[in-house]
Design a protein around this ligand. Sequence first.
Ligand code: ADP
Ligand code: LRH
Length: 487
Amino acid sequence: MVHIAIDIGASSGRLIEGTVDDGKIILNEIHRFPNKFNQKEKYACWDIHYLLKEILTGLQIAKQKGISSCTVGIDTWAVDYALIDADGNLLQDIISYRDHRTDGIMEKVFKVISKEDIYKKTCLQFLSFNTLFQLFVENKNLLGKTDKILLVPDYLNYCLTNKLTAEITNASTTQLLNIKTRNYDSELLDLIGIHRDQFPNLVEPGTIIGPLLKDKFPSYNLPDCTVIAVGSHDTASAVLGVPATEGNWAYLSSGTWSLLGVELEHPVVTNESLEENYTNEYGAFQTYRFLKNIMGLWVIQEVKRLLPNDLDFAELVSEAQSVTPFKQFINFNDDRFLNPKNMIEEIKEYCRELNQPIPETIPEIAAAIYHNLGIITAFHIDHIERIIGRPIEIVHIVGGGSNNAFLNQCISTYSQRTVLAGPSEATAIGNLLIQFLYSGSISTIQEGRKIVQESFPLSRFDPKPFNKDALFEQFIEATNLIRSDVS
Ligand code: ADP
Ligand code: LRH
């Protein structure tokens, strides 16, 4: 049986065919396209019509390549949603989580219900753009007309099948699910004025959603598809695709965001995890991802976008390597870097304010980004180790950022851990693993991870001798932070 992963990140999307043959996974990229949000009149919005067209184009290419029937699964970035009326019409563009409408909103919510109470209920970190906060500021008139609120992959599934579902790994990122009931929390729904039936029923990865309604798209020549719910949160799929079977490992899903954490059977909720803003997102098969969002490669993506010359990521990396490190210490997890008007100017202004040397050239800016992302990542590896009370010896780096050998080495050296990098398409692979389970090509996720390990060569990075604690102290001092502020 043919399976196709539709994996759409904040910076690009792809359709990848996957098969298991003789104990190995074979991937075949069918279609790839860029993704970004655009500033519309009022809000920064995703172009969901464009994304749907790219999905259909990809499926048409699959058909042209001879695929007449297949299963498909969709994963995308988390938290953002579509509002639809009872006829399925989209009531407004899908607003990006980077829009400034939720700036400063968390403090207002905490006046109604405390941060501690929300954390106890949801076990989720506080990001101003979590769906809870986006819905808190949403136009109430529009919410009154809303029949269903669908997260992005659920909406795309709906477009393809007319079936309404809420896949649970992504639903957990809304900060509306109660960890005890694994269902929407009525107090949090009341807070934002939403009825339970404005969300569809929750489904687990592996649930069949329905057949692709080809008649809805007469201008495309499409294969017969069965749409399956996968780990529709891209990070859930990425972590499923991590090629780790044993040992004390952590993962870093390195893309637009750096998502650093461990996979656990139970959530970790302590005063420290709350104070340091660690999250417990639902994974497939009742696992939890205890993790930290680090600003990630978004920062370099924004710098690249502003450059007059068309440098690619590999060129930016190679330019950065020639620069002497540690001239600037920058806490990229500061909200000011979430969506500044001009990333290059924001970085310079930050350095100016903290009396640090200002990076002037592109190589200097790129170097400041990679070294500081490396330091912040290393810092949090130690931190997670302390909170979970067991060692982290190996860091698996997956995602597009795993192609960045320079950053991988920085992370290895600054954390004094071994890094295993790859596969860069772990998210599509994790998406496919759920489809392989459905068709019986694999029987357990452990077996799937073992096959991933055997199918894709990994690059190993060992730490160079280095005093990491001195570096962390220097970082904390230069950024004017106290330890607990590096969050
Ligand atoms: P997302 O899914 O969030 O859109 P990806 O996992 O596709 O992100 O990763 C995209 C990032 O990967 C880019 O921002 C870039 O920094 C990095 N990347 C991809 N290829 C390379 C490369 N050859 N060298 C360095 N960095 C790379
Ligand atoms: C990564 C991601 C991440 C979320 C963010 C909104 O693409 O899904 O897990 O925190 O986007």
